[in-house]
Design a protein around this ligand. Structure first.
Ligand SMILES: *Cc1c(COP(=O)(O)O)cnc(C)c1O
Length: 372
């Protein structure tokens, strides 16, 4: 029982097979269709599909013009790619601590990190729960910063009635198989800004302003490279899978919510296993089910014992600046974000994905209880 896993059914296979028999394997109609569907789900205006969530983050940094000497505030408790994208663009990540009971970026810590070099804040909807966007938007407005939502955990969630994707300046999604929907690898930037969407569409295609289909449709061979871009395109094959997967998202979100609710109910009075707190006025996409183990419990012992029982528990995440690369290249030292560091020692991600049953949840908790 892995901590997360995709589901691929016959409809998905048929959808991909149809593209394999068509004229466009990449940069064709399925890309536009997939972008339109994600944008509609998010109640936003523009979507640019790219080859991964990481490429989407990189594209967002490019669009807002991050470069040498710029600082971008990112939470310590996230996947390395959030901070790496700042480094790709030539900027410097500045790590903000998180809130103890949610592990979401702490708006009260963000403000003190702002300097004249700060250009943007990246908020991560950790485990699938939307961040405190009102507070973050207020800070961003006050200091003239851009707010990027790394919503790789929270496709389909909402905050105060607004869909994730329609709140921040730009929102990033990933379609890696462990996330809510899979395209193999894949990602998207969603935004209401036509300017940024166009910049990222160009960035994903070597910095060339038109794609082959646009040139074919307008009867010209001429293409021009306006700036240095990358090959970050998502293929029609992948988008066909994404379109088919997206149809099942509402049902999968419901499954995740039921399973996570079952964990919550069973753990309500457990002294040793504490779930994270669910905040009001938002719907949680329930990507990861993270618990905090009591301080007297060895996570290593628990981790090994559960893996012996076939339960793929995991740890999300080691604070990014504690990775050897960041310590070496940016001289980050332990003690920078004490809440994230303390949480990191005790958190454990329990299996949660739509193919599980509530009996599976009971089994996980039974094994966990026995080990403890
Ligand atoms: C998965 C993930 C990414 C990167 O997405 P990929 O599609 O794997 O490149 C970035 N940020 C967070 C928080 C993620 O969970």
């Amino acid at each position: 029982m892995p901590y997360g896993r995709h589901i691929v059914d016959n409809d998905d296979i048929a959808s991909v097979t149809e593209v394999l028999r068509s004229d466009w394997l990449t940069s064709g109609p399925k890309v536009k269709e997939f972008e339109a569907e994600v944008v509609s789900l998010c109640e936003a205006k523009y979507g640019v599909a790219v080859s991964s969530g990481t490429a989407a983050l990189h594209g967002a940094m490019h669009a807002i013009g991050i470069g040498h000497g710029d600082e971008v505030i990112v939470p310590a408790m996230t996947f390395a790619a959030t901070a790496n994208s700042v480094v790709y663009a030539g900027g410097t990540p500045v790590f903000a601590d998180v809130v103890t009971d949610t592990l979401l970026i702490d708006p009260s810590k963000v403000e003190s990190l702002i300097t004249p070099k700060t250009k943007a804040i990246v908020a991560v909807d950790y485990a699938g729960q939307p961040c405190d966007y009102d507070e973050l938007l207020t800070i961003a407005d006050l200091y003239g910063l851009k707010l990027i939502a790394d919503s790789c955990h929270s496709l389909g969630s909402s905050y105060k009635g607004k869909m994730t994707g329609s709140i921040a300046d730009m929102t990033i999604f990933s379609f890696h198989p462990v996330k809510h929907i899979a395209t193999g690898e894949g990602g998207m930037v969603v935004t209401n800004s036509q300017d940024w969407a166009e910049k990222i569409a160009c960035f994903r295609n070597h910095g060339i302003t038109t794609d082959p289909k646009q040139r074919m449709d307008s009867g010209t061979w001429l293409y021009q490279m306006e700036e240095l871009g990358y090959n970050y395109r998502l293929t029609d094959i992948q988008c066909a899978l994404g379109l088919s997967q997206l149809k099942k998202l509402p049902y999968w979100l419901e499954c995740r919510d039921n399973l996570a609710g079952h964990y919550d109910n069973k753990l309500i009075s457990s002294p040793d296993i504490q779930p994270l707190k669910n905040l009001e006025q938002r719907t949680h996409a329930r990507h990861l089910y993270v618990v905090r183990l009591g301080t007297g419990i060895s996570r290593e012992v628990v981790y090994k014992a559960l893996h012996k029982d076939g339960i793929g528990v995991n740890v999300h995440y080691i604070p990014v600046y504690m990775h050897p690369y960041y310590k070496r290249e940016f001289k980050f030292a332990e003690g920078l974000c004490p809440v994230a560091e303390e949480a990191f020692k005790h958190i454990l991600t329990l299996p949660l994905h739509p193919a599980m049953s509530t009996a599976d949840v009971d089994y996980v908790l039974e094994c966990l209880g026995r080990v403890i």
